[in-house]
Design a protein around this ligand. Sequence first.
Ligand code: ZN
Length: 92
Amino acid sequence: MKKKPQRSCVSCRTVRDKSELLRVVVTPEGEVAFDPTGKLSGRGAYLCRNEACITAELKKAAKLSKGLKKPLTDEEIRELAKSLLGSIAEDK
Ligand SMILES: [Zn+2]
């Protein structure tokens, strides 16, 4: 049996299949981006596809920044929140 890659959510630490999590990535250019395909290169951090994890994590973005090894600006956080929440809204 092939084991699916698993990652833990940076907010609640729940371990899930990588494909079930949202990926946020710091590109080699140092930009923070939501990565809906999971295929962008760069250092990634993962979040559950639920509003609680996304908003909790973006509120205390320090932790996420630590996972990403790069501090986030307020504007980057706002943009990320928009993309991430937009993405889970599409699930419904
Ligand atoms: Zn979570």
